[in-house]
Design a protein around this ligand. Structure first.
Ligand code: AMP
Length: 282
């Protein structure tokens, strides 16, 4: 695996010789890699000739300074995992390589800014828009791979690609879970043993709500029940539990089995904020 640290290095040494005859796939990450990330890399390797993974903890997408300061870093282990799955290139920039100056441009993703992650993490999607645009422009991939775990991020990136005419294909990879159902996340490393057990409430709530909705209960009943389940666990603080259309994130008040829909959840478990989602009707 070749490691490079700047866009200039990539473009001068590799991009222009590779680009004409091979398809380049990009897997953007913030490191602390787990099997979910590696699923993206494996998928990329299947679909592209050359796999580029980036590891960059992007400061502009963190609305909470503590979350940024405590974001897990496991670089040595990450390098080994990337080697094992056969990554061709790792882009490992420092902050000044990506942000020689503070960006003045900012993104506004319309309605997506006002619901769920947009509402609870003001400015987050602006940072996502900036870093994803930069990575697309630097690496120039034919395909980019993202996880379904960050469902609203996918809607944002689709909007970004449409509005700015990015010429590449987005590939979405299903959420990888631990055996007990907890969605894999780098932030899980910050959970203590008690919190790790409690964190299961995200996935168990999603499954319970799905079963009850499909069993004929109303969204009002189901979501009220889930809110009460969270209130009963003082260490878990629910931010949202919403039934949405996965393409545009319109919030539904009622469940309609003829409508494409997913449930999304965000909650603090102790001081660690986790998100998850489950498709109901696809
Ligand atoms: P992150 O490092 O958290 O920014 O995630 C990098 C990429 O991995 C994003 O496209 C995420 O959606 C994806 N990802 C994170 N967790 C999972 C998971 N459990 N399963 C599949 N993809 C994931």
């Amino acid at each position: 695996m070749q490691v490079f640290h700047t866009g200039a290095e990539w473009q001068k040494n590799w991009l222009y010789s590779i680009q004409s005859e091979k398809t380049i796939g990009l897997v953007p990450t913030m490191g602390a890699l787990h099997e979910g990330h590696l699923d993206l890399v494996r998928k990329c390797k299947k679909e592209c000739d050359i796999t580029v993974v980036s590891i960059f903890i992007n400061p502009t997408q963190f609305n909470n300074p503590e979350d940024f300061a405590k974001y897990p870093i496991t670089l040595e282990a990450d390098l080994k995992k990337l080697e094992v799955v056969g990554t061709d290139f790792l882009f490992l920039p420092n902050v000044s390589a990506i942000y020689p100056e503070k960006p003045v441009l900012s993104f506004n993703f319309g309605e997506l800014e006002h619901v769920l992650e947009g509402e609870f993490r003001p400015g987050h999607f602006n940072g996502v828009g900036i870093i994803v645009s930069k990575l697309f422009n630097i690496i120039k991939p034919a395909k980019a791979f993202f996880g379904q775990k960050d469902l609203q991020q996918i809607a944002v990136i689709k909007r970004l690609m449409l509005d700015l005419s990015f010429d590449l294909k987005l590939v979405i990879v299903p959420t990888r879970r631990e055996i007990d159902g907890l969605a894999m996340s780098s932030r899980n490393l910050r959970l203590n043993p008690e919190e790790r057990v409690l964190a299961l409430i995200l996935y168990s709530s999603l499954k319970k709500a799905k079963d009850e909705l499909l069993g004929g209960n109303s969204w009002l009943e189901v979501s009220n029940q889930i809110r009460q389940d969270f209130v009963a666990k003082p260490l878990a603080k629910l931010e949202y539990f919403d039934l949405i259309h996965p393409d545009n994130f319109t919030r539904f008040k009622n469940f309609d089995s003829g409508q494409k829909s997913s449930i999304c959840v965000a909650a603090f478990i102790g001081s660690v904020r986790l998100i998850d989602n489950l498709p109901i009707i696809t």
